[in-house]
Write a protein that binds this ligand. Sequence first.
Ligand code: SF4
Length: 237
Amino acid sequence: MDRYSIIKEKNKREIVLLRGSGCKWRRCTFCDYHLDFSGDEAANFELNKTVLESVTGIYGRLEVINSGSFTDLDENTVALIRSLCVNKSIHTLFFECYYADRGRIPALRSYFAEDGIDVKIKTGVETFNADFRENVLNKGIAETDPEKIAAGFDQACLLFGLTGQTEESMRLDIETGLRYFQRICINIMTPNTTAIKPDDAVIRTFIENIYPEYKDNAKVDILLENTDFGVGGIKHE
Ligand code: SF4
């Protein structure tokens, strides 16, 4: 599996897919990428160290994903990321965080701020339609107010291409995301081992009617395939 890549468009950055102890929720009905985990901290660190050796600091920005939350990364890996940022002049770091782990974000920001590194946190909301999100996707976000969901986070991931979504619902999700978050990342559903399947008609609606409007928007990342960032083969939070 590819664990290092360079994103050369929009928010230019390097990206690494590290391995942690795994998502503690694991109940989202559409997700099987939480399978990339290990309970062996030492093995995770060895793997992560190797992956991080590829980072050059070319854009001064690094995104770290780990198929869960940054809270699942071992301490040594987090410390290595910090020293890497200092050594490679990386000023902005992007991490992913499951909604229920948001209480750990301030400490992470403070830890990296000691070296002048700005931390941006991305969370998977998937949709702001609370009924669909909780009763179909089982995301585990009880809060229904988008502004409150966004509190403490910088970026949101949305998931499109599912039966039940419409052009109107996807447009509303995008505009809501852009209103309350600095940036959004749209993931188009791709086949995986779960029972949730991509809906081709919904995907076609997105690609024909919405994608042209947002594809050049600097605040919107769009992953038509879940490997479009160049890492994985399994999708991330
Ligand atoms: S989508 Fe994120 S929070 Fe949900 S099960 Fe997968 S890794 Fe966990």
